[in-house]
Design a protein around this ligand. Structure first.
Ligand code: FAD
Length: 404
């Protein structure tokens, strides 16, 4: 199996990035890892880095090459900064934009600006995931480009099966394969039976836009987020329902006839130039409940549960759950936690304690802004009582992460 990074890199990193990393996994060859992580988005990468820095033998399996653009709002809450710093990752080093203000508008164009209680930063996933992957390799993580097709648990080991026929033996599996994967079908996760009603579109644009601002503009059937990333381009990302989208011919038609009904979105689309060849889109987004432990796999990030993007908090939840899983696994390897069962119970209860309120707040906020007149009244109310909006923002976000 080979793993490629798609770029040229400084000489120092030649060893890692220009030469394909050969991973010792061929068909039916079994290697014992302490932890196998499935999916190398933010959740998987942060766990891989955390555990590798602690000397754990980790294999991260990611189905795509790095770097790669992902459909995401690319606004990250500052709550993750202490932990990222501890992992040796400073987003500002890569040109992340510091974001302090939020502009919100309703479908009819009623607008409100607030200072964000904690603030955040704008960094593209193209850069964020890739730079973290480099740090993982430096810390000793093995990364394999492969698709995991199934995971079997026969106490005390897992066998992780890949599309190319590989079988990898490991003591623990972290499932960080995102919101929806074919692996969810193989694992027979209940949520995968339900149809999901959302799709999302994203592209980067050259546009006049303040560096320190994130904007959330509602339109009929969805909302659109805008903020600058490290390239000085503006990331424009929106989520909507199939029901709203299917009445239109294509993305351009939808943007013109629906998004541009909001005057702020209209002025952005009409005065900016798309940097991508074409917009990226994803479908099948659902916010259904999932279990943080499934078939003894420790689920983290969107694999454990996804918050509505309007809350702007999915990435920090992914990073926070990665820390939670890593700390507990290190507790197990050091003997502080004595059984798998104890580890699983602690993870599930911490996960619920940490994220249940946020998930609920995210659901309520996203619904509220879709009820026409109600959303207009809500915005008026927030204008008069900005402290209540700040309180709600705090509910969907956590406090700055503690180093554990
Ligand atoms: C439209 C939209 C806008 C958003 N905006 C924001 C925002 O502004 N701020 C914010 O904080 N959050 C936002 N989010 C949420 C955020 O993108 C996610 O919460 C975050 O990406 C979760 O990270 P993750 O590591 O769990 O999953 P991902 O980043 O999705 O990573 C999962 C990885 O697993 C890999 N994978 C999947 N299946 C397999 C397999 N079988 N084998 C191997 N690899 C596999 C995938 O290739 C992928 O790289 C948004 C989400 C959407 C949909």
């Amino acid at each position: 199996m080979t793993f490629f990074f798609q770029t040229s890199c400084p000489l120092l990193l030649l060893n890692f990035f220009l030469v394909p990393v050969i991973v010792s996994l061929s068909t039916n060859f079994k290697t014992l890892y302490q932890v196998v992580i499935i999916g190398g988005g933010l959740a998987g990468l942060c766990s891989a880095l955390h555990l590798s820095l602690a000397g754990i033998k980790v294999l991260l399996i990611e189905k795509n090459d790095y770097p790669k653009h992902k459909v995401c709002g690319e606004y990250v809450s500052n709550e993750v900064l202490p932990y990222l710093g501890w992992l040796g990752f400073d987003p500002l080093e890569f040109g992340a934009q510091k974001i302090e203000y939020l502009n919100l508008s309703t479908v009819k164009g009623r607008k409100l600006e607030v200072k964000l209680p904690l603030g955040g930063f704008g960094l593209s996933r193209y850069c964020f995931d890739w730079e973290l992957a480099k740090k993982c390799l430096e810390a000793g993580t093995e990364i394999q480009k492969e698709t995991v097709t199934d995971v079997e648990f026969i106490d005390p080991h897992f066998t992780v099966k890949t599309q190319a026929g590989g079988e990898i033996s490991t003591e623990f599996v972290i499932g960080s394969f995102g919101k929806r994967s074919k692996l969810d079908i193989a694992l027979k996760r209940p949520f995968i039976q339900n149809s999901s009603s959302y799709l999302a579109v994203k592209a980067h644009y050259k546009a006049e836009f303040p560096n320190d601002l994130v904007e959330l503009h509602n339109f009929e059937g969805g909302y659109c987020g805008l903020s600058k990333v490290e390239t000085q381009n503006v990331n424009v990302c929106y989520i909507t329902t199939y029901r709203s989208f299917k009445k239109y011919k294509n993305i351009n038609d939808f943007q013109e006839k629906v998004l541009e009904q909001n005057e702020y979105l209209k002025s952005i689309f009409q005065s900016s130039e798309m940097v991508f060849d074409k917009a990226l889109s994803i479908s099948q987004i659902s916010f259904d409940k999932k279990n943080p432990i499934e078939n003894h796999i420790i689920m983290s990030g969107d694999s454990a549960g996804m918050i509505h993007p309007l809350a702007g908090n999915g990435m920090s939840m992914a990073i926070r759950s990665a820390q939670m899983a890593s700390v507990l696994l290190l507790g197990f390897f050091s003997g502080e936690i004595s059984t798998r069962r104890e580890l699983e119970e602690q993870y599930a209860s911490r996960w619920k304690r940490e994220f249940s309120t946020r998930l609920m707040a995210g659901r309520i906020i996203s619904k509220s802004f879709q009820w026409g007149l109600f959303s207009e009244l809500l915005l008026l109310f927030f204008k008069k009582n900005p402290f209540i909006l700040k309180r709600i923002i705090r509910k969907t976000h956590g406090k700055p992460m503690e180093i554990q």
